[in-house]
Design a protein around this ligand. Structure first.
Ligand SMILES: [Zn+2]
Ligand SMILES: [Zn+2]
Length: 381
């Protein structure tokens, strides 16, 4: 495998250079999709575009079992050197390069495995909704395993080290509306003061108690009430609440707590409050056998001395929707230490691109090991 990888090295760097120079934001990855479809078609693959969005998937091999590898394909919109533009500061260009590299490597090995390896190029990870769209396409249902990958900043994994699971936290963004009636500032008894309602909510959010062993956070992040006139008591307001928890069950407890706070504020102030969830990222549900396979792949490709413990990180990742929505699916994410500084989403984010080649080897070994493991289970069932 190392010799084949050496031959692929310069090709992979070309692919990365193109993808890095042509970033596209979530749900608009049109040229990115075209580029990957063209490249894979020229290489003899039969990529299939998603019916309802950007992105695609491609199969190598035939029949069951089926094992998947997923990369995200979108970039962020941010200010770089004084200008707003799309920018690959989350490393999804690197993830795509590794997924394409794994396909090129697998093509050469096709005769040596039984079953199907499906590589999924998922749109809109940064919106937190791309994975849900891919689930709707029905391309996940038949898979036994699904692997993902994310570059890690140096403070999580030093350069040249790897981990077999990423424990992202859960996060939800709630948008609320307080609906009351304005009143003259001289006659507060004739209306409701939405600012007082907001103050009650903020105060009561502190009374929500969840399992103290699991990190959580809940806070109001936006509150708008009133207009130009200072002598009107504003009856209406809009607000957002951001909630986070490192485990999905604790996130559910937290969300119920917020609902209780809102319900009691409604009663106390006699106002209507509407609350809706506008973003919902679930926490990692790592499968132990998938994690074991990824560990073996890291050891084979990079040596035991470069394997690190799983990384726990408060950031979110929509990859985990796959395991939550399809509980039969065994998932984990590879963490790739590649000297990444100053951090993910930083406009000047940079990393050592040569590590992508090791990433290709680890991911290829992981999907091949997973196929073997799925075969063994089929045989013994
Ligand atoms: Zn990101
Ligand atoms: Zn990312």
């Amino acid at each position: 495998m190392k010799e084949e990888l050496d031959r692929l090295r310069s090709r992979l760097m070309e692919i990365f250079t193109y993808l890095h120079a042509n970033p596209e934001i979530s749900w608009h990855e049109v040229e990115t999709t075209n580029y990957i479809v063209d490249l894979l078609t020229q290489e003899g693959f039969s990529p299939i575009r998603f019916k309802n969005s950007t992105g695609l998937y491609v199969d190598v091999g035939h029949g069951s079992p089926k094992v998947g590898l997923r990369t995200d394909i979108d970039a962020l919109w941010q200010e770089v050197d004084g200008h707003f533009r799309a920018n690959h500061s989350c490393g999804h260009d690197g993830h795509m390069t590794m997924a394409i590299g794994a396909l090129l490597l697998l093509k050469e090995q096709q005769r040596s495995f039984n079953g199907t390896i499906r590589v999924i190029f998922q749109p809109a990870e940064e919106k937190g909704t791309g994975a849900l769209a891919v689930l709707e396409e029905g391309v996940i249902d038949e898979l036994d395993y699904l692997f993902g990958v994310h570059l890690r900043p140096v403070h999580e994994l030093e350069d040249g080290t790897y981990c077999a699971a990423l424990y992202h936290g859960a996060s939800r963004l709630l948008e609320g509306e307080i609906i009351g009636e304005d009143a003259h500032a001289a006659r507060p008894h004739l209306g409701t003061n939405a600012i007082e309602v907001g103050a009650t909510i903020i105060e009561d959010l502190r009374t929500i108690h969840t399992d103290p062993m699991v990190p959580v956070s809940v806070k109001m992040t936006k509150f708008h009430a009133g207009g130009e006139s200072g002598n009107i008591i504003p009856g209406n307001a809009s607000f957002t609440i951001d909630i986070r928890a490192q485990q999905n069950n604790v996130m559910d407890d937290l969300a119920q707590g917020v609902k209780r706070v809102i319900d009691s504020s409604k009663m106390l102030h006699k106002v209507q409050i509407e609350l809706r969830t506008v973003a919902n990222i679930v926490a990692a549900e790592v499968d132990t056998s998938a994690q074991y396979i990824m560990e073996q792949a890291i050891i084979q490709a990079a040596g035991l001395s470069n394997l690190r413990k799983p990384v726990h990180t408060p950031g979110g990742e929509d990859f985990h929707h796959y395991a939550v929505k399809r509980p039969h699916l065994k998932t984990t994410m590879l963490g790739l230490g590649c000297g990444l500084t100053p951090g993910l989403h930083h406009p000047k984010m940079k990393f050592k691109q040569a590590r992508l080649v090791t990433g290709v080897e680890i991911l290829t070994r992981a999907v091949l090991l997973a196929l073997e493991s799925a075969h063994t289970k089929e045989a013994s069932a």
